[in-house]
Design a protein around this ligand. Structure first.
Ligand SMILES: *[C@@H]1O[C@H](CO)[C@@H](O)[C@H](O)[C@H]1NC(C)=O
Length: 178
């Protein structure tokens, strides 16, 4: 059989769309941060590794924040940001979550060079084990992206005395798709 170019293209297009039929986009995922950086008000030009991640404040001073970058793959569900299983938690045990105007860079981002703080997404009150209580929710659940998307987040302390640490590979802030 001899095909005109047009017919060949249309057959190829049919084959291509046929190949897309099994939808491999996952519907359930736990996404952990790719990058974690700790920044400290008292060391404004030093970048600290998130080993562990830390958010703290002592007598209203010495602010320590954690910046995270999540790389979320395509997922055909709702994405929910939550916090779970800290290493330690004392004081108010509260964490305010903001979006960042970009992702932090490991070994590079500092107190004074961090991307700008954007939207307040919510506040967690950490439990010693298990999931944190959601104290405020200004958009912790959203439609998951359909292309790979990076999200930068900033976690900061609440009230005068607060200290929370966590292992970003095992707990802390996660995004689930379901
Ligand atoms: C925070 O800690 C300081 C020093 O221990 C204490 O003086 C202050 O009252 C505490 N603040 C609160 C709100 O508990």
């Amino acid at each position: 059989m001899k095909l005109t170019p047009i017919a060949a293209i249309s057959i190829l297009a049919t084959l291509a769309s046929g190949l897309e039929l099994p939808d491999l986009t996952p519907r359930w995922l736990v996404i952990r941060p790719e990058v974690g950086v700790v920044i400290k008000e008292d060391w404004p030009t030093t970048s600290f590794p998130a080993a562990p991640a830390e958010v703290s404040r002592s007598n209203g001073q010495h602010n320590v924040k954690t910046l995270l970058c999540f790389v979320v793959p395509p997922c055909s569900g709702k994405c929910t940001i939550s916090f779970t299983d800290p290493l330690t938690a004392t004081g108010s045990r509260r964490l305010q979550l903001f979006t960042l105007g970009g992702c932090p860079a490991a070994c590079k981002t500092t107190w004074i060079s961090k991307p700008y703080t954007d939207l307040h997404k919510g506040t967690f009150q950490v439990s010693n084990t298990g999931p944190a209580a959601v104290v405020e929710d200004f958009g912790l659940t959203f439609n998951c992206p359909n292309i790979v998307t990076k999200y930068g987040f900033e976690l900061m302390p609440v009230w005068d005395n607060d200290s929370v640490t966590w292992d970003i590979a095992k707990g802390g802030l996660i995004i689930t798709c379901n």
